[in-house]
Design a protein around this ligand. Structure first.
Ligand code: IMP
Ligand code: MG
Length: 193
């Protein structure tokens, strides 16, 4: 196999209104920093990463490999959006955890915190399951969208009021497979390929 093929440089055709925000390299470097911070904070604890599906799947895959601790990974399927770019504010569980989190140090792994309604829902829901602690790590934080007064404990990048896609983030289910993060400019041109 050629060396270039091993480097995973796949061309993804996207509309020209999609502007780059964070490159694959920037994302990788920031996740390495987050991993070091989390490793320091969770040394000697009973860590469970709970990734919120679907958006956090690439993030948790990369993040967990930067945390050299004896952790476990579980998934929580949640849906807060319809097929558009505005939050409906209605959160529902589409797939529950597979293991109890009682007595565990839970780190919720999110793709983005926008209104904060999803995070608030998770925190309320987890209270009844008696974990030892619950913290949150989000790749992106969009503070301008906040409706619930809630913050993540770890945030990769704080972004402006853009609708972003790529690296797990979708528009009507599409674009999750982009290795970088982009936004639509103008926003009205957000279109489903
Ligand atoms: P929140 O409940 O409004 O904080 O948003 C949580 C979920 O909304 C995220 O996990 C995403 O799935 C989705 N979301 C929020 N903003 C964006 C965006 O800019 N692009 C794609 N999905 C988004
Ligand atoms: Mg989504």
């Amino acid at each position: 196999m050629e060396a270039t093929e091993l480097r995973n440089e796949v061309h993804h055709p996207v509309p020209s209104v999609l502007k780059n925000l964070y490159s694959a390299e920037q994302i990788r470097d920031r996740i390495a920093e987050l991993g070091r911070e989390i490793t320091r904070d969770y040394e000697g604890r009973d860590l469970v990463l709970v990734a919120v599906l679907k958006g956090a799947f690439p993030f948790v895959a990369d993040l967990c490999r930067q945390i050299p601790l004896p952790l476990t990974v579980d998934f929580l399927g949640l849906s807060s959006y319809g097929s558009g770019t505005q939050s409906t504010g209605v959160v529902r569980i589409t797939q529950d955890l597979t293991q109890p989190i009682e007595g565990k140090d839970v780190l919720v792994v999110e793709d983005i915190v926008d209104t904060g309604l999803t995070l608030r829902y998770i925190r309320e829901n987890f209270k009844t399951r008696a974990p030892k602690s619950v913290s949150t790590c989000t790749l992106l934080d969009k503070p301008s969208g906040r409706k619930a007064p809630i913050e993540a404990d770890y945030a990769g990048f704080v972004i402006e009021d853009h609708f972003v896609v790529g690296y797990g983030l979708d528009l009507a289910g599409k674009y999750r497979n982009l290795p970088y993060i982009g936004y639509f400019d103008p926003p009205e041109d957000a279109c489903v390929p």
